[in-house]
Design a protein around this ligand. Structure first.
Ligand SMILES: *[C@@H]1O[C@H](CO)[C@@H](O)[C@H](O)[C@H]1NC(C)=O
Ligand SMILES: *[C@@H]1O[C@H](CO)[C@@H](O)[C@H](O)[C@H]1NC(C)=O
Ligand SMILES: *[C@@H]1O[C@H](CO)[C@@H](O)[C@H](O)[C@H]1NC(C)=O
Ligand SMILES: *[C@@H]1O[C@H](CO)[C@@H](O)[C@H](O)[C@H]1NC(C)=O
Ligand SMILES: *[C@@H]1O[C@H](CO)[C@@H](O)[C@H](O)[C@H]1NC(C)=O
Ligand SMILES: *[C@@H]1O[C@H](CO)[C@@H](O)[C@H](O)[C@H]1NC(C)=O
Ligand SMILES: *[C@@H]1O[C@H](CO)[C@@H](O)[C@H](O)[C@H]1NC(C)=O
Ligand SMILES: *[C@@H]1O[C@H](CO)[C@@H](O)[C@H](O)[C@H]1NC(C)=O
Length: 405
């Protein structure tokens, strides 16, 4: 257990107002304002909607058109949904269109020059034998219209029996995340159940076909991945790497990525603990991985590690609270990661966090505390500090994104 003063920080220097959007498994999507009041930053609710299904699990905002997509994971309905909104200047979310999705949608990614969106579906409860799948929709950026394009169930092609506690969770495929590669030619899917990274080629009509996969050690439980090039902007001559964080082993696995004969090739380079040199707490379950806007740091969220005790967000309460952690790493141009620091996430179960465009704020959704916190981040050295602001939310907040230009 580690203690820190975790100061509730006063503001240094000037700061302009910002907006964020938060989803909760309570069924709400809320726009937030982060504004300076009397030398302190304050988070307040702007608008709230409750009409993108019972279990909103993922938000994606097109910063140009201000089209917001909301995925319903559908915990208690037979099918899920994808819903589009237009976000107004005062945080209003005007519902545009929706479409039925499979159950268990957990991430989305707009692709095909903004004309399509892919959703990764995690699959059902262990006893249900419902495999993970990818569903794609056409997206009309003018009116938010969404139409089913196709869906593909992932097939378990490495049926090694999973062992221990992961048996029920890993005996079917589970699409935990879908993104595009930096060339925009491939959809890259993290399969938590099969311990695989799979990629799919796309044709001119955004139809996709399996193109290859790479397998991690059994029981790794990969969750979310990012591409990284030492050249901030990828070009065909750039080196390219892919880092995937795993929820079960609490590791980051790095791959060198090349394009061979029109397809992709992933070559495993190394594995590092999300806790760097420190031991991995038994209960830990890493969640999110993000790149800093200056391309120099990679941050991961460690859920349920409970390793910190920090100042209570209620200033009148002197009882310290439990906090999980965020770890920061520095990627090197050989694809290795150097551990930099482990700091409090601001509370428990940080299912998701977002770094703002400038790189000086980290918003964290703390699922177990029903709280969102804004942490200060030093851009140049990459150090994440104490909380600048925090706010109670509806129960089970699961994602928070910045609404910036
Ligand atoms: C789409 O929105 C309508 C109107 O709000 C709602 O009645 C319907 O259930 C939604 N469909 C899905 C699949 O969520
Ligand atoms: C594909 O998915 C949609 C919604 O996600 C579903 O309604 C439809 O039945 C599925 N189609 C097939 C062929 O499985
Ligand atoms: C997966 O594991 C769960 C829980 O142990 C079990 O109920 C289910 O039948 C298994 N499914 C398959 C396809 O093995
Ligand atoms: C799931 O698969 C297992 C193993 O094949 C089987 O025993 C079980 O009956 C299946 N359950 C359902 C709900 O289909
Ligand atoms: C999900 O989509 C697949 C097609 O990829 C379909 O076979 C399956 O029945 C769907 N499951 C549900 C619950 O809609
Ligand atoms: C992957 O896609 C490329 C480009 O379309 C193609 O040349 C190659 O044959 C594909 N490989 C597989 C295994 O589908
Ligand atoms: C003070 O904070 C602790 C830890 O969160 C909590 O259990 C306790 O109820 C709080 N006390 C008061 C008076 O709010
Ligand atoms: C959760 O949602 C319900 C409505 O579905 C609402 O009545 C309740 O106040 C919410 N609870 C919290 C703590 O957000």
């Amino acid at each position: 257990m580690r203690f820190t003063l975790f100061p509730i920080l006063a503001l240094a220097g000037s700061s302009t107002a910002a907006q964020l959007i938060l989803s909760t498994y309570n069924g709400s999507v809320t726009s937030l304002s982060l504004e300076e009041t009397a030398g302190r930053l304050e988070l307040t609710e702007l608008k709230k909607v409750r009409d993108c299904g019972g279990s909103p699990s993922w938000l994606e905002l097109d910063p140009q058109s201000k089209t917001l997509l909301c995925i319903d994971e559908a915990w208690s309905t037979p099918m899920g949904a994808i819903t589009s909104y237009k976000v107004g200047a005062a945080g209003e979310m005007t519902k545009l269109k929706n479409a039925t999705n499979n159950l268990s949608g957990v991430t989305s990614h707009i692709f095909g020059k903004g004309k399509a969106v892919a959703v990764s579906n995690f699959g059902g409860a262990p006893a249900a034998n419902l495999s993970g799948s990818i569903t794609t929709f056409t997206l009309n950026s003018a009116d938010g219209d969404l139409k089913l394009l196709e869906n593909v169930t992932l097939t378990m092609d490495n049926p090694t029996a999973p062992t221990g506690e992961t048996a029920g969770r890993q005996n079917v495929t589970r699409a935990h995340q879908v993104i595009t590669d930096p060339t925009g030619q491939f959809l890259v899917v993290v399969d938590f159940g099969a311990d695989k990274i799979r990629w799919f080629g796309m044709d001119a009509n955004n139809h996709f076909r399996s193109n290859g996969s790479v397998t991690l050690d059994r029981n790794t439980g990969p969750r979310h991945g990012i591409f990284w090039s030492p050249d901030k902007t990828y070009t065909p001559t750039s080196k390219l790497f892919y880092f995937v964080v795993s929820e079960l082993k609490n590791t980051i696995t790095s791959f060198a990525v090349t394009y061979v004969d029109g397809g992709m090739k992933f070559e495993k380079k190394g594995v590092i603990s999300t806790f760097g040199p420190d031991p991995t707490p038994k209960t830990a379950a890493a969640s999110e991985i993000q790149l800093s806007p200056d391309n120099k740091f990679i941050v991961v969220a460690n859920r349920l590690d409970g390793i910190w005790r920090i100042q209570n967000p209620d200033p009148t309460n002197s009882t310290l609270i439990v906090s999980d952690s965020l770890s920061t790493f520095m990627p090197k141009d050989d694809g290795s990661l150097t551990f930099f620091q482990n700091v409090p996430a601001g509370g428990e179960n940080p299912r998701h966090f977002s770094i703002n465009k400038k790189g000086d704020r980290v918003a964290v959704a703390l699922q177990a505390n029903a709280r969102v916190v804004i942490l200060e981040r030093e851009i140049a050295c990459g150090s994440i500090k104490g909380a600048l602001a925090s706010m109670k939310t509806d129960t089970l907040p699961n994602m928070v994104i910045w609404n910036e230009e």
